[in-house]
Design a protein around this ligand. Structure first.
Ligand code: ATP
Ligand code: MG
Length: 236
């Protein structure tokens, strides 16, 4: 595989990225987006429903390819990669957190977290210990053997956060992670993401909730598939 490494490496860089969904008429979900996320940043992506936030997340997470433009992950140009190479880049670099948690129903909290190591190169013998360690980090050691339906929504989302982080990804992509949570669980999950960010994890948080986005250090607002506004970076 040909690797193009750029000298000033961002965790994520988009150059003139567009994404059009085919159909009649086609939908221009993203139009000429250029943005970069530095390692260690906490970015909030905001915008109304349909403005392209989830499409952006899918493109950054290499779940879907842009129609045109470049996506660089840790300085690596992804456009020339095969599907298999792309899935390697994804499993190494990206941790996903979704609104609906997507925990495996028949598996305990610990097993769900360990499942996040399935496609990693992490040695099999250390996986359970690593899963325990990160479950402890999200404050759920005492729920390790509970099934998802035996946990609250906030606890389930914290398990999902642990699963997203267990393989030490370069960055975490969270799509409306607090969308199904009440205000106290929302606050708990946000505090967790903020704490992890302070420890060095790069976080890209997608939300339509300005209050949630205000917890990030920089916000990018989308409107109709375009960047409408960029806030200045603030120290948190
Ligand atoms: N698979 C698809 N096929 C066709 N059109 C799509 C597809 N996915 C999204 N779209 C369209 O692309 C646009 C952007 O959708 P996207 O899901 O990215 O918005 P969003 O900002 O995440 O919205 P929400 O806040 O409601 O989740 C919308 O007009 C949507 O209808
Ligand atoms: Mg969405």
């Amino acid at each position: 595989m040909t690797e193009t490494k750029h000298p000033e490496t961002s965790a994520v860089e988009l150059i003139d990225v567009s994404k059009t969904y085919p159909g009649t008429p086609p939908v221009d979900a993203l139009s000429n987006i250029s943005m970069s996320v530095s390692t260690g940043e906490f970015i909030g992506i905001v915008g109304a429903s349909g403005s392209g936030k989830s499409t952006l997340l899918h493109v950054i997470g290499t779940l879907t390819r842009p129609t045109s433009g470049s996506l660089l992950i840790n300085g690596l140009e992804t456009s020339g990669l095969s599907d298999q190479e792309l899935s390697g880049v994804r499993s190494k670099n990206v941790g996903f957190i979704f609104q609906d948690f997507f925990l495996l129903p028949g598996f305990t909290a610990l097993e769900n977290v360990e499942n996040g190591l399935l496609y990693s190169t992490f040695p099999a013998s250390g996986r359970k210990d690593r899963a325990r360690e990160i479950l402890d980090r999200v404050g759920l050691s005492n729920r390790a053997h509970h099934l998802p339906n035996e946990m609250s929504g906030g606890e389930q989302q914290r398990v999902a956060v642990a699963r997203a982080l267990v393989h030490k990804p370069a960055f975490v992509l969270a799509d409306e992670p607090t969308g199904n949570l009440d205000s106290s669980n929302t606050a708990a999950v946000l505090e967790l993401l903020i704490g992890l960010n302070h420890e060095g994890t790069t976080v890209i948080l997608i939300t339509h909730d300005q209050e949630v986005a205000a917890k990030s250090s920089r916000q990018i607002t989308f409107k109709d598939g375009r960047i409408n506004r960029r806030s200045r970076k603030k120290n948190v």
